[in-house]
Design a protein around this ligand. Structure first.
Ligand code: SF4
Ligand code: SF4
Length: 460
């Protein structure tokens, strides 16, 4: 804590949200800074008054008022917060950062009932792998590189994933580039030896789906030849739990309205095996119609009821002692912006096609924005790129322009939606912010750094 902040007049930030707790504590969130605050009961009333929309607090600030200013909840009168938010957002064009979501194969060893993929292509050729290495090597200003393995099931292409991860780990270490790698995998092939190999190659974050206890999971996440899949995934996870290797696993659970009442039994099972191990977190997702052939037969949670169902699922998982794998990261500035809206994020198909969205893939020509060539050149169609990068949602008079949550979301939570719908729906956290703050407090995460999430389309 520094000395008293200099004399000035302070007003509340336009980007804050408050949640009053039963014990008198006041929980605060500022989407411009990502700060979370927990004001003790004895200071809660003075903090609340200082944060009323037209309040003015005279400096110099000390005590709780100083804390409020340091978190960005109070700002010097006249501060142009909207410009600061915009300036930060346009840094996504900065060529010092690069994020690649790579599909080393588009085949999958599962046929999940809600899947939207079409399994058109096989393993990435040696030439495209070489093109990928050359493309990254040509990024002269690179300071930070994120590599996300996606599919199909990426681990079907085991040597591609391991070999390229090892290559990029060395490449980044030699040049002082910050490197993070992650994988969205069904974990059927994440066997002990292989898991150790790719974790050593820097693949530290995993998103792995379990759709309930064994017989529930096996009804939805079916092997390509009709086989059951739960037991083998569970064994792979248990092995990782038994080690002291550094990794993070987001245990994703997709639920439908009928599945919610069964969630406590599933969480009990997770708790017995993985509870108390901070490397395991949960990621609750209501099943939606994601574009697969079974969509019309799926029982899905939609609209407001999906938000309520999600909140209930989160309450249950936090009650079982698990933290949410993505909430804190999403609440950071730009945290809810879909990777498709990031000019420095590309999805690379196994044949070198370049996409923006991981849901639409090649169902729609607009999503095929370019091609990665064998020599490392990436040709891009900037007319198509612009469809994914720019929205008018923040324009004056539109709902995002006056939204307290906009520094996290920028109306860019789903570019696919801003093209296809009248307007982009808000992320659930915006609607559930008071309950979300309460849950974060229960998780004891008010002072925790956000954990990087694996590839996570905000809309599926
Ligand atoms: S949020 Fe929308 S644009 Fe982004 S990956 Fe998901 S469906 Fe595609
Ligand atoms: S989409 Fe919703 S939450 Fe996001 S900026 Fe717009 S109004 Fe705010």
């Amino acid at each position: 804590m520094g000395g008293p902040i200099q004399a000035q007049r302070y007003v509340p930030s336009r980007y804050i949200s408050l949640s009053h707790q039963d014990d008198g504590t006041l929980l605060l969130y500022c989407s411009r800074t990502g700060a979370l605050g927990e004001v003790p009961a004895e200071d809660a009333e003075s903090a609340r008054k200082a944060l009323l929309p037209k309040a003015v607090t005279e400096g110099p600030l000390t005590g709780i008022m100083q804390d409020l200013a340091e978190g960005g909840f109070l700002v010097p009168a006249g501060t142009d917060e909207a410009s600061a938010v915009h300036d930060r957002y346009v840094r996504r064009y900065d060529d010092r950062r690069l994020s690649l979501i790579v599909m080393p194969t588009e085949q999958c060893n599962f046929r999940c009932v809600y899947c939207y993929e079409s399994f058109l292509r096989g393993e990435m050729s040696a030439e495209i792998q070489e093109g990928l290495k050359r493309y990254v090597a040509a990024q002269r200003n690179l300071e930070s590189f994120t590599l996300s393995w996606f599919g199909g099931e990426p681990l079907l292409a085991r040597e591609v994933v391991a070999g390229l991860s090892e290559h990029f780990q060395r490449f980044c270490a030699d040049r002082g580039i910050a490197y993070a790698a992650q994988a969205t995998t069904n974990a059927y092939l994440l066997t002990p030896d292989y898991a150790e190999r790719i974790i050593a190659a820097g693949v530290r974050h995993f998103q792995i789906t379990l759709d309930g206890v064994a017989h529930e999971h096996d009804k939805r996440r079916i092997g390509a030849n009709g086989e059951k899949t739960f037991a083998r995934i569970w064994e792979n996870l248990r092995y990782l739990r038994s080690t002291d290797i550094e990794f993070n696993i987001a245990l994703r659970h997709n639920f439908d309205p009928d599945g919610l009442p069964r969630l406590p039994d599933f969480l009990e099972m997770l708790k017995a095996e993985f509870g108390g191990d901070p490397r395991f977190a949960t990621l609750m997702r209501p099943i939606g119609k994601w574009g697969g052939p079974n969509d019309s037969q799926l029982n899905v949670c939609e609209g407001r009821s999906a938000n309520q169902a999600l909140l209930e699922a989160r309450r249950l998982s936090v009650g079982a002692g698990f933290r949410d794998a993505s909430e804190l990261a999403s609440m950071q500035p730009d945290g809810y912006v879909c990777y498709a809206a990031n000019p420095r994020s590309f999805v690379i198909g196994s044949d070198g096609k370049v996409y923006k969205c991981t849901v639409e893939l090649d169902y729609h020509d607009r999503n095929i924005v370019g091609q990665l060539h064998h020599d490392g050149e990436m040709t891009l169609d900037w007319r198509k790129m612009a469809l994914w990068l720019e929205t008018d949602g923040m324009d004056e008079g539109k709902k995002c322009g006056s939204c307290y949550f906009s520094p996290s979301c920028h109306g860019a939570v789903c570019p696919k939606e801003w093209m296809d719908e009248v307007e982009c729906a808000c992320p659930p956290t915006k609607h559930n912010i008071k309950e979300t703050l309460t849950l974060i407090r229960v998780e004891s995460l008010f002072a925790a750094p956000p954990v990087a999430a694996a590839v996570d389309c905000p809309r599926d």
